[in-house]
Design a protein around this ligand. Structure first.
Ligand SMILES: Cc1ncc(COP(=O)(O)O)c(C=O)c1O
Length: 381
């Protein structure tokens, strides 16, 4: 298996521990362990802390504890805990699914631009990958299901999508996801839907579409606690798939990470039980950052613009300066201590990926500094 370098991850690791204003952050501001415990009613908190401290840190149940899988299964229509496999983040779930479902020479259709794993791993496995390209329209990026219909052939084994979408903020509607499923079903293909941004709605954006698992036996959903729960450090993701897919991914996983961390599994149970409070916090963060961003862009018309995400947390802003995105992103990180991800990592120039999940004070200060940098470059400072 010959893998291309993961462009965004290579760039992020250069800067993420060095900058003050990380506007490239792709999830919601992470919670502290203390915040998780504070979600519990007062009467339960002390005993919950004791249970965590007394937890014996042996190997955990390989598929994720029954309790965690039950909670996750209840978020899909008719899913059983056996159809859930808890993984080391969504990234492991995607990887296992590609390994299980694909053979060299298979035809795959994957959304593009995308979180690079979604097309690079199938390519690394020797598959022929057709790109379902986002269209740029007046009101932002959009995936047109008619374009997908033209790409699917009788040889297509897998359709890979990500909605809400990283990096464009596009989101498929209820009607769209049902059409995607029907097209794949007619071709005998599976649909892997990376739903890392599930539960992250945006005011005025696209209402949440059903998870792909709910649409039928060829639908596979991948989820994570990283983005919507602000818990990427737990490294808890999962896949929900019909029949024996989860069991077969489990058999592959025996060779990789064996089981989720015991402590992470326990904290994940707490997070899921109290998710409405976490989502309430998310709504405040998103609303504050959207308002800041709208003001900031409006004050810089002609220099920089964006479309707010239709779902999820990300957008590809566009700047009107003759500077490649990697150069601008490096300049911002080095001189202004601001991280905005270079569009080139997604195959787009004169773009930077911005996330609206950051601490609102950090977000506002980071944008101010970005404004200074852009004004300096444009000669309007
Ligand atoms: C679309 C998408 N899928 C999967 C992942 C991996 O997330 P996790 O932390 O759950 O492994 C990311 C992370 O940025 C992502 O954006």
């Amino acid at each position: 298996m010959r893998m291309e370098p993961f462009a965004l991850e290579r760039w992020m690791t250069t800067w993420e521990t060095r900058v003050q204003y990380d506007l490239a952050e792709s999830g919601i501001l992470p919670l502290r362990a203390r915040d998780l415990l504070e979600l519990l009613p007062d009467a339960e908190r002390a005993s919950a802390l004791d249970s965590l401290l007394d937890l014996r840190l042996g190997y955990s149940e390989a598929r994720g504890t029954e309790e965690l899988r039950e909670l996750l299964a209840a978020t899909y229509r008719g899913a059983t805990p056996d159809e859930i496999l808890v993984t080391t983040g969504a990234i492991e779930a995607n990887f296992l699914l590609f390994q299980l479902l694909l053979e060299p020479g298979d035809h795959v259709v994957a959304c593009y631009p995308a979180y690079q794993q979604l097309y690079s791993v199938p390519r690394g496995l020797g598959c022929e990958v057709a790109h379902w390209r986002a269209r740029e329209e007046e009101d932002g990026f959009r995936f047109d299901v008619d374009d997908l219909a033209r790409l699917i052939t009788r040889k297509t084994r897998l359709v890979v999508l990500n909605t809400p979408h990283n990096p464009t903020g596009a989101a498929l509607s209820d009607v769209d996801v049902r059409r995607v499923y029907a097209l794949a079903d007619a071709a005998g293909a599976t649909v892997l839907s990376d739903e890392a941004y599930r539960w992250l709605g945006v005011p005025g954006g696209e209402p949440a579409a059903p998870p792909m698992f709910d649409l039928g036996p060829r639908g596979v959903s991948v989820g994570t606690l990283s983005k919507p729960f602000g818990l990427p450090g737990l490294r808890i993701g999962w896949l929900a798939a019909h029949g024996d897919v989860a069991a077969r991914c489990w058999a592959l996983r025996d060779y990789v990470s064996l089981s989720p961390g015991r402590l992470s599994d326990a904290l994940a149970v707490t997070a899921l039980r109290h998710r409405e409070r976490i989502f309430e916090r998310n709504r405040h963060i998103i609303a504050a950052n959207l308002a800041t961003a709208e003001r900031w862009f409006a004050a810089r018309e002609g220099l920089v613009d964006w479309h707010s995400p239709r779902g999820g947390l990300l957008s590809l802003l566009r700047y009107h300066l003759p500077l490649p995105s990697l150069d601008l992103a490096n300049l911002l990180a080095e001189r202004y201590s601001v991280m905005l991800a270079p569009g080139s990592a997604f195959g787009y120039e004169h773009r930077l990926r911005i996330g609206i999940g950051q601490d609102p004070a950090v977000f506002a200060a980071g944008l101010e500094r970005t404004g200074e940098c852009l004004a300096g470059l444009a000669g309007t400072a």
